[in-house]
Design a protein around this ligand. Structure first.
Ligand code: ARG
Length: 462
């Protein structure tokens, strides 16, 4: 069979044009969505008496066979067919004859591709939500086991205040929760059916867009056909949502790389999720978090690329829009494998509690507590307390010890008002637990946060 839709163009396009024009080699990923959409469309055509019951049965049977051929790899993909929509329709017509030629009644490839692509995005958006949920569960397990594991908290990558490792994990849980909600918001905003918009202006046939919308799992049909065939906001949204997700993944991975270095030594990645060097036999490299950090770049690129493709396009469909798909496929696949492997790497890593806790004895982490003590117990103004604390820290540096290890006698030299209560304030664990304000790092507050997230998960319906 020759080309399906030659229309006014001659059927002999150049091979080079076929190669350049085709999207088949990548949009064949949409075959299942295309068939699902066609079944819904044909069912509606029959319900509206536009095709017969018999023709509908032939179409459904033929499409089932096409699907089988694609899944069994016996389907012959020919780029001369241009895209998956034409390839499927052509094969359908080969199989069932004239009834196949009726499938495209009251439909255009413009609403067809908008539908297929939207179905793909909606399905994968849900799938990513599920994978993020799994990662959150793993992080909550780590948090649960480490709500009393002291960890130096950093600002400017300098030791700042003692926190606990569970609390640090919960910061990522909060980011990933926002990611889930972002995917979910986009899903709701875009859950409208493009089918039946036809080329740009709707159709003179008496179609029923509510019927197809419902059958395909959408909330309703889209409102304006001209917008719908031009709209790729749903694709931009998933690209942005994935970019933000990957930003969070990348920040966590940066910490994993740092923490697994000899300088930090806070964690070890399991052998299963580390790699070795081809020349240095002693090495265990954090390739997984590094690669995840690196993959963030291509995902940002896909977002910028589609924004740029769309920015100057007049309404409605333009062929430029065929460039919308590969970046989305790439970002979705990248995010999918990233979440799966990060989950495994996190679940199997070892946490070196001693190293984390010893790390807190460097950098005078309880300096803020000493200043607070001077304010609360010695009746000083904060600025005076800040100054005296600075002098005491300098003294500790001179003696080569950490502030938390100073004796009462040494402290009293700086200010005679200091009494033995001070030692409790300088204790690192007390310092962490003192921060019991809502959302703070105390063990109790950490446990409350774990409870909050667990309850949220329990009630969350993907
Ligand atoms: N392969 C095209 C795409 O991905 C399908 C839509 C083609 N529509 C058209 N009028 N040429 O965008």
């Amino acid at each position: 069979m020759g080309k399906l839709a030659t229309g006014r163009a001659s059927s002999k396009s150049s091979k080079l044009l076929d190669e350049f024009n085709a999207s088949l080699m990548f949009d064949k990923k949409l075959y299942a969505e295309d068939i699902e959409g066609s079944i819904a469309h044909a069912s509606m055509l029959q319900a509206q008496d536009i095709i017969s019951q018999r023709e509908l049965h032939q179409i459904i049977g033929g499409l089932a066979q096409v699907k089988k051929e694609i899944e069994e790899s016996s389907f012959v993909f020919d780029i001369a067919d241009e895209d998956i929509h034409m390839a499927i329709e052509k094969r359908l017509t080969e199989i069932i004859g004239d009834a196949g030629k009726k499938l495209h009644t009251a439909r255009s490839r413009n609403d067809q591709v908008a539908l297929d692509f939207r179905l793909y995005v909606q399905k994968n958006s849900k799938n990513l939500e599920k994978l993020i949920l799994k990662l959150i569960e793993t992080l909550l397990d780590i948090a649960d086991a480490n709500s009393s594991t002291l960890l130096p908290g950093f600002t400017h990558l300098q030791h700042a205040q003692p926190i606990n490792f569970g609390y640090h994990m919960l910061a990522y849980v909060a980011m990933f929760q926002r990611d889930i909600l972002r995917f979910s918001d986009s899903f709701k905003r875009n859950n409208f059916s493009p089918l039946g918009c036809a080329a740009l202006a709707g159709t003179p046939y008496k179609i029923d867009r509510d019927y197809t919308a419902k059958k395909l799992g959408f909330d309703a049909p889209t409102v304006n056909c001209l917008d719908t065939v031009s709209d790729r906001d749903f694709a931009l949204e998933i690209l942005f949502n994935i970019s933000t997700l990957m930003t969070h993944i990348s920040r966590l991975c940066e910490e994993l790389v740092l923490w697994s270095s000899s300088e930090f030594g806070f964690i070890s990645l399991s052998d299963e999720y580390s790699t070795s060097s081809s020349i240095m036999p002693q090495k265990k490299n954090p390739d997984v978090p590094e690669l995840l950090r690196g993959k963030t770049g291509r995902v940002y690129g896909n977002l910028i690329s589609l924004l740029t493709v769309l920015k100057g396009l007049p309404l409605a469909y333009n062929k430029d829009m065929q460039e919308d798909k590969e970046g989305v496929f790439d970002s979705v696949e990248t995010a999918t494998i990233s979440l799966r492997i990060l989950n495994e790497a996190m679940a199997t890593m070892s946490v070196h509690i001693d190293v984390m806790e010893n790390g807190c004895k460097v950098g005078h982490l309880s300096a803020t507590d000493l200043a607070d003590y001077l304010v609360r117990e010695c009746d000083m103004a904060f600025r005076d307390a800040y100054k005296i604390t600075g002098a005491i820290v300098a003294q500790a540096e001179k003696s080569g010890i950490d502030l938390s290890e100073m004796s009462l006698e040494e402290l009293k030299v700086a200010d005679s008002r200091i009494n033995e209560n001070v030692l409790e304030f300088l204790n690192l664990r007390n310092s962490m637990n003192a921060r019991a304000s809502y959302g703070g790092t105390s063990i109790k507050s950490t446990k409350d946060q774990i409870k909050y997230f667990k309850k949220w998960i329990e009630n969350y319906d993907v």
